[in-house]
Design a protein around this ligand. Structure first.
Ligand SMILES: [Cu+2]
Length: 76
């Protein structure tokens, strides 16, 4: 899957898919991440979703995931 992510905010952000799922609670993780995306810019992230299940994602900028910039995507 290729994720296309656009930063529509006013601060730099990135988008990281975590290698393991902690149910959306992680604020940091090991995984695959885009470059830092400036406001108004876009990036793509290729990630092979090997099996059905839940995959956690977050923004790695310090404090962002803790503030809610994270989630879980479900592959069926
Ligand atoms: Cu962020």
């Amino acid at each position: 899957v290729t994720f296309k992510v656009k930063n529509g905010g006013n601060l730099p952000h990135d988008f990281k898919i975590c290698a393991s799922n902690k149910g959306g609670t992680a604020n940091t993780c090991k995984g695959t991440v885009t470059k830092m995306i400036s406001p108004g810019q876009s990036a793509t992230l290729k990630y092979t979703l090997k099996k059905a299940g839940k995959y956690e994602y977050l923004c790695t900028v310090p404090g962002h995931a803790a503030a809610g910039m994270k989630g879980v995507l479900k592959v069926t």
